[in-house]
Design a protein around this ligand. Structure first.
Ligand code: FAD
Ligand code: UDP
Length: 404
């Protein structure tokens, strides 16, 4: 079979038990669960002209499989999430490695024992490694903030080097902020690792869908109870009914095609955009992707190279490493981080987590609190920095709750 697509204008909204906005992992997992486990009839509306959210991949003109919205590597310790996605695709074993291009020299990121040997030379590196092991233990991960807070002179020198050569410029490019100005959880994603393990992630389950993400989503949404309407934006088809005309008045109901939709609505888009940004736009970072196909088999030594001290892009990904595809040509992608200003031409990729923005988000969230059938789910709708596996776990948990 295949995904059942329909034109929104032909849809009889009264024939659906669940309405899902968005077809990334949040929307697709909840849709599948409600359709299959709950035997509910599910309608997905998706504003893009394809399913799969940010995981969408496709073949470019050179026949290379690329990730259109940025490189996505699956990794998790959540067995339930991994078992779940295994239902819809085979997996290829892939352990992601990242190198920093440090003025033309490559060193592993996360910064580890091997990086230290490259940067400090074997003798000094050995002294520093022993100091790190004495202080934190072997095979331990230490955040840059934790390392910088140490009094010891050797540890301070390591911290200073890593701060200036791995974090400072990359973070400024990515966020327009210094590492001190971003939420500590952001830089904590990439610790200093007292190890010789050069992998970017140490999770128990890692890999890439053997045939790409798009077929995974096609299999997930291929269910007789699921209908998908592409090119359909929630703001354009929802009529929001508020308790009063006051700016902060909560939502009372959502009408779709002149019908009060009282069954569950799972919304996975940016929450501010549903309310036409009435309290001002929630801050996000967006990205520009610059794809280039080269007439050579290989461009760089691993899947991703981070430019931590030079260049105005943050990183280059070479997709063939991720996908395992063989070809005499290769496609690479440079990522340029931007302020998110225009929903018409840009995509909100990263919520900018801080107390002020969280409070701003909560103001939008409270508009939905009185509407018992409305659920905000996903990286955009929850305004969080979630990886794919967390979203899959959260969607499964919401399905458990709704199907109790
Ligand atoms: P999305 O994938 O963003 O899906 C939301 C969907 O809703 C989209 O299809 C969108 O078009 C649609 N939509 C939004 N608003 C509306 C609306 N108003 N009406 C209708 N449809 C709407 N995670 C990892 O685990 N590993 C990685 O390697 C990794 N790499 C990443 C790289 C980049 C550059 C980025 C930005 C993220 C990366 N992530 C990675 C995180 C991953 O992208 C998210 O965890 C995942 O996309 C979350 O799924 P989601 O369904 O919540 O959101
Ligand atoms: N980071 C950095 N230098 C690096 C890698 C990461 O400064 O070489 C910081 C940067 O602030 C980045 C954050 O760590 O935004 C998280 O990195 P990660 O690779 O997890 O980001 P993502 O893949 O989600 O863009």
């Amino acid at each position: 079979m295949a995904v059942r697509y329909a034109d929104f204008k032909d849809v009889d909204i009264t024939s659906f038990d669940v309405l899902v906005v968005g077809s990334g992992f949040a929307g697709s997992v909840i849709a599948r669960e409600m359709a299959e486990r709950g035997e509910k009839r599910v309608l997905i509306i998706e504003k893009r002209s394809h399913i799969g959210g940010n995981m969408y991949d496709s073949y470019d003109d050179a026949g290379i499989l690329i990730h259109n919205y940025g490189p996505h590597i699956f990794h998790t310790n959540d067995k339930r999430a991994f078992d779940y996605v295994c239902r819809f695709t085979e997996w290829r074993d892939y352990q992601h490695e990242v190198l920093s291009n440090w003025y033309g020299t490559y060193m592993p990121v996360p910064f580890n024992k091997n990086s230290m040997r490259i940067v400090f030379g074997p003798e000094k590196a050995q002294k520093y490694i022993e100091k790190l092991i004495d202080t934190f233990g072997d095979e331990r991960k230490v955040t840059i903030n934790e390392l910088r807070s140490q009094d010891d002179a050797d540890l301070a020198e390591i911290a200073d080097f890593v701060y200036k050569n791995v974090f400072l410029y990359y973070t400024q490019k990515q966020w327009g902020l210094t590492p001190e100005e971003v939420d500590p959880s952001v830089t904590a994603r990439v610790p200093v690792f007292i190890s010789e393990d050069n992998r970017y992630f140490q999770d128990a389950y890692q890999g890439m869908p053997a045939h790409g993400y798009t077929p995974l989503f096609e299999n997930m949404l291929d269910h007789e109870n699921i209908t998908v309407c592409l090119d359909t934006e929630a703001e354009s088809v929802f009529e929001l009914v508020f308790e009063s005309r006051a700016e902060d008045a909560p939502l009372q109901s959502i009408r779709v095609k002149d019908v009060d939709f009282t069954n569950p609505i799972i919304y996975t888009g940016p929450l501010d955009e549903l309310f036409l940004s009435r309290f001002g736009r929630l801050p996000y970072r967006s990205l520009d992707f610059d794809f280039e196909t080269l007439e050579q088999e290989v461009y760089q030594p691993c899947g991703t190279v981070n430019y931590t001290v030079t260049e105005d892009f943050t990183r280059i990904t070479e997709f063939k490493y991720l996908t395992g595809q063989q070809s005499p040509r290769t496609t690479i992608m440079r990522e340029y981080s931007k302020v998110y200003e225009d929903p018409m031409t840009q995509t909100p990729y990263y919520a900018i987590i801080n107390d002020e923005n969280n409070a701003h988000y909560q103001r939008y969230k409270s508009l939905t609190d009185h509407l018992p059938n409305f659920y905000a789910l996903g990286r955009l709708a929850e305004y969080r920095y979630y990886n794919m596996d967390v979203i899959i776990g959260r969607a499964l948990a919401l399905a458990d709750e709704l199907l109790k």
